[in-house]
Design a binder for this molecule. Sequence first.
Ligand code: FES
Length: 121
Amino acid sequence: MVQSPSLVNPQSPFKIMKIYVTDQTGKEHELEGLEGWRVMEIIRDYGLPIKAECGGACCCATCHVYVDGAWQDKLFPPRDDEIDMLDEAPDLEDNSRLSCQIIMSEELDGLKLTLSESARP
Ligand code: FES
């Protein structure tokens, strides 16, 4: 597992949470984020290979990830616009989500996901 230097201000009054992201080469990365941060932004800001062309506006599907089975029920169900966008992804699976639509919260501390090939820049 690769542990990158934290991008979170250690003085932050908010709880620092972890996410575990497996990249397209199979390498797992431990990343940190705060409540309210978009998972896509955490992945992008740590420099992992994610295109995220629309910047989180739910109109490109290039932030496509696969959510680990143990975490799927903890996420809010996708809205209609996310479902419509996911339909555009060439490598769609049952556990597919758009990472720009996943907002960090305490329940998601420890979230595990894998970057899709279609998210590769
Ligand atoms: S960044 Fe475009 S849909 Fe997520």
